[in-house]
Every structure is written in structure tokens, then in C-alpha cells.
Design a protein around this ligand. Structure first.
Ligand SMILES: Cc1cc2nc3c(=O)[nH]c(=O)nc-3n(C[C@H](O)[C@H](O)[C@H](O)COP(=O)(O)OP(=O)(O)OC[C@H]3O[C@@H](n4cnc5c(N)ncnc54)[C@H](O)[C@@H]3O)c2cc1C
Length: 467
């Protein structure tokens, strides 16, 4: 009798799951285990919606396991204490789990290595972090270099994708706690299950991908796959998504979109490899020149940004959608991150923390990577003089104004030409539309051209320093 443990962490799927396949090798009894770790789920700073997504996904996984003759075993506590207990109770000879490269996961797994027979497998990324290197053997710090090295290494074959098992070995006698209840409700369009994730991928690749390279820029996020929470919790294999999109590269209609989409999957990959190589980047600017600077942004500015009360409709719509739905488009993320760090000169770490608290898809690697890129503090980052004009961003990327009106209802009656800059409305119009700037909707918290000069004056000397 060989008993193994499949320790499920952020790979809540049966298809193309290396950890599951490793646990199944030679196993006559399998324990699909989820540990509810208070460090990851108990924090008030965590997004309740993200936890709800995770716990709902666990229910779906449990159902899929039951259909295959197994079920989920749930235990709560610190995994460093729980895992050795479970292994002792069932006599397991192996604990297989997907490698995770966040600093917390690495510390936890390091401690566990001496306590249980832990084997970490690939799965979270296309390639294991640490295996993509420049010619001098170092981890690439620039996206272009990373992409070149990644593609030069050749692609894993599609045949390597692992099918979902039809049946699973039985469980040994083992007590389980009930599945945890989701602490919040989820917006209808986030149904967390592997089946839904695969159907979404198929739908996206079947149609919307043909317009992706153009539509992805729009603020409403309707032109992208909206798969990020599914990738975040591994309801979908990124390897499978990569292969399915790569098959479309020669398709005359879908090829250009597929190329652009694969590039975004590569950015995800890049940030995961970067976090693994530079774990300190979670709290420290990657560019040394920014490490000992004091960002002059004031707390009231950060508060207005968080609340979506800056007086700039594009920023306020994004921040309110984030608070309400737990998801915003990549364009919206870039606009608000650029505004916070450039126009308000607030430290990127405050924005990163706020996103982490609210995003359903919050992923340490992508979030820290995205923030350091936008702030100009990353190894590969937007140049400091690239300061978005929030008025122009709204005009270009929400041309009908529908998205802004949805999230900033005070502006519902404001005519289109004034929607991106309501403070320019004549007073008579403010009165007739019921949107008096400074009363019904905030006046802009900064003067854009003065903020631009202030940002340039602050960034210029810092970026001229070495590093
Ligand atoms: C400041 C900032 C913070 C961000 N924080 C996160 C985060 O916490 N979690 C997260 O998953 N993404 C984050 N992103 C990246 C990106 O905005 C989201 O992945 C994307 O908007 C998700 O929508 P989608 O699934 O429709 O993406 P699509 O455009 O359909 O792309 C497909 C997938 O590729 C990945 N991806 C796309 N763009 C990026 C990118 N720029 N960087 C890394 N991966 C990308 C995601 O996994 C995404 O699901 C952040 C970007 C910025 C600028």
C-alpha cells in the first residue's frame, strides 16, 4: 500500500497538473489535501472576494474529485504543523506540490523539507523560474532579453500536457474539516471552477482573440480574456493556454491577436521569474537609485486615490470598479498606477498594497512587477517622463464614456465632450446636469501641468543617479 499526498495550494485543477501526476505515480491511496493557512486567508488586509473565489473553487474541485472516487481533505493551521501530522496519520511516503516562489511560500517549504517527504513540481509557470538565463548565465532583467532567452530555449511539446485523470485512488481513513464557507459573494461573471475556466479560454480563443491586439487597450476590459483569477489559482494551466493560443499563430484572422496574447503570458512569466530571482523586490525598488528616496506624496492624496475621489473621472472610475468588483483592466491598472506614482508622487508600495487587498487576481509577482514597471523603479520600467494625461487616456480608451458613467454615476448626465474633464464645464451646464464640480463631484486634486513639472523635477535627479 503506497499512500501519497497531493498538497493543493494554488493549482486547483485536474488537467495538466504536474503535482497531481507526481503524487499519482505508484500511489494506491491518494490524499488530496488543502490546508487553510491563517497566514494566507485570515488577514483583514486580504481581499474577501479573493478568498471567496478560492473557497468556491475548492467546492468545485471537491465535486470533481468526488466524481472520480475521491474527495478533498481539509485541515486548518500552519502547514508546517499540519503536514507532518497528516503524513504521520496516513503513513504517506510522498507529498507532491506545485513550486511557488513567493518569499512566504519559499520559507514555508524550506522548513517543511526536513519534516515531510516534500517534492516540488513545475506548474505555476511555463518554465521553472531559474531555468531562463542570459548568455552570461544570469536571470534576465529586461523583458526583451527574457523573451529572447525563453523562446530560444525551445518550446515544450503540446504532447507534454497532462490529461485529467479519469479515476483517482481511494483515500485512506482520514478526518477532514468541512469545506470553508466563502466569506463574501462574488460578482456573477466570476464562477470559480476548472470547467468554467476551460470554457472561457475556448470562447476567448474561438472569437475575441481576433480583436485582442486592438481591444485590449480599452478601459472597460471587455476585449481581454478576464482569465487572470483563474490563472492566479491555477484553475487553468498556463502551459495549456499557451499551447492553445500558439496553435492560432498562423490563422489569418486570429494570428495577430494570438501573438499579442502570448506576449502578455510572457510578461506574466517574466514577473514570476523576476520575483524568484529577486525576492526582496516585494518591498524594495529593484533600481538601486530609488531605494533610499522619500516619495513626497501626501497621505490625503493617497486617500483620495483609494476612494476614487480625485476629480479625474478615469482614475475615479477605475478605483471604484476595483473596490466594487475586485478587477480592473490592464489599461486601468496602468493609468491609476501612473497617476499615483507620477502625478501624486506617492510611493508605489502603497499602491501595490491597495491592489493586493482588493484584486481577486492579486498575484505577488504580477502585482509587484506591474507596480515597479509603472513607477519606473523596476529593472525594465516605463521611463520617468512618461506621465499619462488622465484626460487623454479617458478620451482614447473610453471613447463612448460608457465605462466612466457606469462607475461614476455623478457624471451620468455630463455631455461627452466634458466627461473626461468635468471641471471645464460652464457653470450653467453644471447646474443643468446636476453635477456641480466641487459639490456633486470632486474638483481635481492636482493641477495637471503643475503636477507634471513637479514629477519631472523629482524624478530627473533620482534617475540620473547610478543604478
Ligand atoms: C500596476 C499593475 C498591477 C497588476 N497586478 C496584477 C495582479 O496582481 N495579478 C495579475 O494577474 N495581473 C496583474 N497585472 C497584469 C494585468 O493587468 C492583468 O493580468 C490583466 O489585466 C488581467 O486581465 P485578463 O485576464 O483579461 O488579461 P489578458 O489580457 O487576457 O492576458 C492573459 C493573461 O496574461 C497575464 N497578463 C496579462 N497582462 C499581464 C501583465 N502586464 N503582467 C503580468 N501578467 C499579465 C494574466 O495572467 C492574464 O490573465 C497588473 C498590471 C499592472 C499595470
Amino acid at each position: 500500500m503506497t499512500t501519497t499526498v497531493w498538497w493543493i495550494r494554488r493549482d486547483l485543477r485536474l488537467a495538466d497538473n504536474c503535482a497531481l501526476a507526481t503524487a499519482l505515480e505508484g500511489a494506491t491511496r491518494l490524499v488530496p489535501l488543502f490546508v487553510v493557512d491563517p497566514h494566507l486567508t485570515g488577514h483583514s488586509a486580504r481581499s474577501q472576494r479573493r478568498i471567496a473565489f478560492l473557497f468556491s473553487a475548492l467546492r468545485a474541485l471537491d465535486e470533481a474529485l468526488r466524481e472520480r472516487g475521491s474527495r478533498l481533505v481539509v485541515r486548518s493551521g500552519d502547514p508546517v504543523e499540519v503536514l507532518p501530522r497528516v503524513v504521520a496519520e496516513c503513513g504517506a511516503t510522498l507529498v507532491a506540490a506545485e513550486a511557488d516562489f513567493t518569499p512566504y511560500a519559499r520559507r514555508r517549504d524550506e522548513r517543511l523539507r526536513s519534516l515531510v517527504p516534500l517534492r516540488l513540481t513545475p506548474g505555476l509557470t511555463l518554465r521553472m523560474p531559474g531555468t531562463v538565463a542570459t548568455r552570461d548565465g544570469r536571470p534576465p532583467r529586461i523583458f526583451r532579453h527574457f523573451a529572447r532567452a525563453f523562446l530560444a530555449a525551445g518550446e515544450a511539446s503540446r504532447d507534454d500536457l497532462l490529461p485529467p485523470p479519469r479515476r483517482l485512488p481511494p483515500l485512506p481513513p482520514l478526518a477532514s474539516e468541512p469545506l470553508p464557507d466563502p466569506p463574501a459573494s462574488l460578482p456573477e461573471h466570476w464562477t470559480p471552477s476548472e470547467t468554467v475556466a476551460r470554457a472561457r479560454l475556448a470562447r476567448f480563443l474561438g472569437d475575441a482573440i481576433a480583436r485582442y491586439h486592438e481591444a485590449r487597450h480599452f478601459l472597460d476590459g471587455q476585449g481581454t480574456s478576464r482569465l487572470s483569477p483563474y490563472f492566479r489559482f491555477g484553475l487553468l494551466s498556463v502551459r495549456e493556454a499557451w499551447h492553445r493560443a500558439a496553435e492560432l499563430l498562423d490563422d489569418p484572422e486570429r494570428g495577430p491577436g494570438a501573438r499579442a496574447w502570448l506576449d502578455e503570458l510572457l510578461w506574466r512569466e517574466f514577473f514570476h521569474h523576476l520575483l524568484a530571482a529577486f525576492p526582496e523586490s516585494v518591498t524594495r525598488s529593484l533600481r538601486p537609485a530609488f531605494r533610499d528616496v522619500d516619495w513626497p506624496g501626501e497621505p490625503w492624496a493617497l486617500a483620495a486615490w483609494r476612494e476614487g475621489n480625485t476629480g479625474f473621472p478615469v482614475v475615479d472610475a477605475a478605483m471604484r470598479q476595483l473596490a466594487h468588483e475586485g478587477w480592473i483592466s490592464n489599461r486601468a491598472r496602468m493609468v491609476v498606477a501612473n497617476f499615483l506614482t507620477r502625478s501624486l508622487l506617492v510611493d508605489w508600495r502603497a499602491g501595490e498594497r491597495w491592489f493586493r487587498k482588493h484584486l481577486i487576481d492579486a498575484d505577488l509577482a504580477a502585482n509587484v512587477g506591474g507596480w515597479q514597471w509603472c513607477a519606473g523603479t523596476g529593472t525594465d520600467a516605463a521611463p520617468y517622463f512618461r506621465i499619462f494625461d488622465p484626460v487623454r487616456q479617458a478620451e482614447r480608451f473610453d471613447p463612448t464614456g460608457e465605462w466612466i458613467r457606469q462607475w461614476v454615476p455623478e457624471l451620468a448626465a455630463v455631455p461627452q465632450p466634458y466627461l473626461s474633464a468635468p471641471w471645464t464645464m460652464p457653470l450653467s451646464l453644471q447646474l443643468s446636469t446636476g453635477c456641480r464640480v466641487g459639490r456633486d463631484y470632486p474638483a481635481p486634486i492636482v493641477d495637471l501641468s503643475a503636477a507634471r513639472e513637479r514629477a519631472l523635477a523629482w524624478f530627473r535627479p533620482v534617475t540620473r543617479r547610478k543604478g
